[in-house]
Design a protein around this ligand. Structure first.
Ligand code: SF4
Ligand code: SF4
Length: 182
């Protein structure tokens, strides 16, 4: 089995440094506005804060995979005496809640690590986190070629779920709007 190199991108979160300022949300929303930087709608952000100012706790959550079904069970986390549902810390766009959905179309949002052409060196949320709670790292990893093929297969399955739920015309229209450059 042949190996291929894959670039891994990581955003590390230091919760001890996060002060809940939400600059990461603003930066992400502005970067993903259409045209770029033309508006700041927090609903368009691919990063959301779970905020508990009384206990001075702030947790940035980035948007992850779309899932068409919600979980059957829920875990509950107790942190410093306060209970949080598992959904609080989940990045999935799912039917159980309105988080991480594109405000105009309702289509799911996912962190794309600020992919752009030309590429930017550091994702916007990291650039604007002046408290340095977010840091960005990149490294290369060797993976089996087959593993990459499986990922492509998973991507196709996710796309098919989106088409089934929203219909191809709405999906194509939304992708066309998102890909327009400002
Ligand atoms: S990496 Fe980019 S797309 Fe992802 S949450 Fe940060 S600003 Fe948003
Ligand atoms: S910008 Fe940094 S400090 Fe501010 S809320 Fe986001 S992660 Fe926390």
């Amino acid at each position: 089995m042949s190996k291929v190199k894959k670039k891994i991108k990581v955003i590390k979160v230091d919760l001890d440094k996060c002060n809940g300022c939400r600059a990461c949300e603003v930066a992400c929303a502005a970067f993903h506005a259409n045209p770029k930087y033309s508006s700041i709608n927090p609903a368009r952000s691919r990063i959301r804060m779970v905020i508990d100012p009384i206990n001075d706790e702030y947790v940035p959550i980035r948007a992850a995979e779309y899932t068409k079904s919600e979980c059957d069970g829920r875990n509950v986390y107790t942190i410093n005496g306060k209970e949080y549902s598992e959904c609080s810390f989940c990045g999935a766009s799912c039917p159980a809640r309105d988080l991480f959905k594109e405000p105009d179309s309702g289509l799911p949002l996912r962190c794309d690590m600020c992919e752009d052409d030309p590429a930017i060196e550091t994702p916007m949320c990291v650039q604007w986190c002046l408290a340095e709670a977010l840091t960005y790292e990149e490294y290369e990893e060797e993976v089996e070629e087959e593993e990459e093929q499986v990922k492509l297969g998973e991507m196709e399955t996710s796309l098919k779920s989106l088409v089934d739920k929203y219909g191809l015309p709405k999906l194509v229209d939304s992708i066309a709007r998102m890909s327009q450059k400002g």
